[in-house]
Design a protein around this ligand. Structure first.
Ligand SMILES: NC(=O)c1ccc[n+]([C@@H]2O[C@H](COP(=O)([O-])OP(=O)(O)OC[C@H]3O[C@@H](n4cnc5c(N)ncnc54)[C@H](OP(=O)(O)O)[C@@H]3O)[C@@H](O)[C@H]2O)c1
Length: 269
C-alpha cells in the first residue's frame, strides 16, 4: 500500500486522535495540529495551530512540505459546536462557530492547494456532519457552518478535479467524543425561559451523542478513503436510523420531513 503524508487538524481528542493513531500505525506519515500540550502519540508529528489563524495554518503546512517534500492528504477535522436557540446566540458565538468550522477549512485548503496543484495530486477530506444536510434545531449555527462546508466543497471539487485533487466530504451521525462536553451553550439565561422545548431537545442531542458510535469507526473510514484511488464524493457514517433520516430528508416533501424531525426532538405538541 502506498504510504501518504497526511495532515490532520485537531488531534487532541475524538476523531482526530483516533485517526492520527490509526494512520500512523498503518505506516503513513502523520502530522497533526493541537492547541495545547499533550501526551504525544508515538510517530506522530505535532504542530501548534489554531485553525482560525490563517498564518499559523500556512506556516504549519509549509513545515510539513519542507520536511516531507509533499503533502498528500488533508483531513480537515477541527471543529466545535454551539448549542441554543438561534435568537439568543451572540455575534461573538456565531463568529466562533463559523471561524472555527468553516474559515478553518478555508485556511487549510488555501494552504495545501498550491502544493497539491504543483504535485498534480492530493486528497482533501472535510468533516461535515449529518447536520450539514439538515438544519438541526438548537444547533442551527453549527448546521449553518456545516452547510457552508457542503457548498464550498461541492464547488472546490469542480474547480480542482482537473488538477488531480479530490475532495471527499464526511457526514458523521452521532459519535461519542469530547464534542458533546466541549459544546458551547448559548449563555443568555433568558433562552431557556423563552424556549421551553430547548431543554428536552438538547438533552436528546446529548443522549444520542453519548450513546453514539465509537470514533474508531470514522478513523477506519478515513483510512479506507486514503487507500481508495477513486473515492466517492461523500459518505454518511452513521447508525442505520440516522442513515434513514438522511434518506428521508432527500425523498420526503420538506414539510413532512420537518414534522418527522420536530417530533424526534419533542418540538411539536
Ligand atoms: N462527535 C460527533 O457526533 C460529530 C458528528 C458529526 C461531525 N462531527 C465533526 O467532527 C469533527 C471532530 O469532532 P469530534 O467529535 O472529534 O470532537 P472533539 O473530540 O471535541 O475534537 C475536536 C477537535 O477539534 C479541535 N479544535 C476545536 N477548535 C479548534 C480550533 N479553533 N483550532 C484548532 N483545533 C480546534 C479540538 O482541539 P482542542 O482540544 O484544542 O479544543 C479537538 O482536537 C468536528 O468537525 C465535528 O463538527 C462530530
Amino acid at each position: 500500500m502506498k504510504k501518504s503524508v497526511v495532515l490532520i487538524t485537531g488531534i487532541s481528542s475524538g476523531f482526530g486522535l483516533e485517526t492520527a493513531k490509526l494512520l500512523s500505525q498503518e505506516g503513513h506519515t502523520v502530522y497533526g495540529t493541537v492547541r495545547r500540550a499533550l501526551e504525544p502519540l508515538p510517530k506522530v508529528h505535532y504542530l501548534q495551530v489554531d485553525v482560525r489563524d490563517s498564518e499559523a495554518v500556512m506556516k504549519a503546512v509549509d513545515e510539513v512540505v519542507e520536511k516531507e517534500g509533499r503533502i498528500d492528504v488533508l483531513v480537515n477535522n477541527a471543529g466545535m459546536g454551539i448549542g441554543g436557540p438561534l435568537e439568543f446566540a451572540t455575534e461573538e458565538e456565531i463568529r466562533l462557530q463559523m471561524d472555527t468550522n468553516f474559515m478553518g477549512l478555508v485556511h487549510c485548503v488555501d494552504a495545501v492547494l498550491p502544493y497539491m496543484r504543483h504535485q498534480k495530486s492530493g486528497k482533501i477530506i472535510a468533516l461535515s456532519s449529518i447536520g450539514g444536510l439538515m438544519g438541526l434545531p438548537f444547533q442551527g449555527f453549527y448546521s449553518a457552518s456545516k452547510f457552508a462546508i457542503e457548498g464550498y466543497c461541492e464547488a472546490l471539487r469542480l474547480e480542482t478535479k482537473s488538477m488531480g485533487v479530490s475532495v471527499v466530504v464526511l457526514r458523521p451521525g452521532d459519535f461519542s467524543t469530547s464534542f458533546t462536553g466541549s459544546r458551547r451553550k448559548v449563555a443568555n439565561p433568558v433562552a431557556l425561559e423563552a424556549y421551553p422545548i430547548y431543554k428536552t431537545a438538547i438533552e436528546k442531542v446529548e443522549h444520542d451523542e453519548n450513546g453514539g458510535l465509537k470514533p474508531i469507526v470514522l478513523a477506519q473510514k478515513i483510512s479506507q478513503i486514503i487507500r481508495n484511488k477513486n473515492p466517492r464524493n461523500g459518505y454518511v457514517v452513521a447508525s442505520l436510523e440516522q442513515k434513514l433520516s438522511v434518506l428521508l430528508k432527500r425523498i420526503l416533501p420538506a414539510k413532512w420531513f420537518a414534522r418527522v424531525l420536530g417530533s424526534y426532538y419533542y418540538l411539536s405538541k
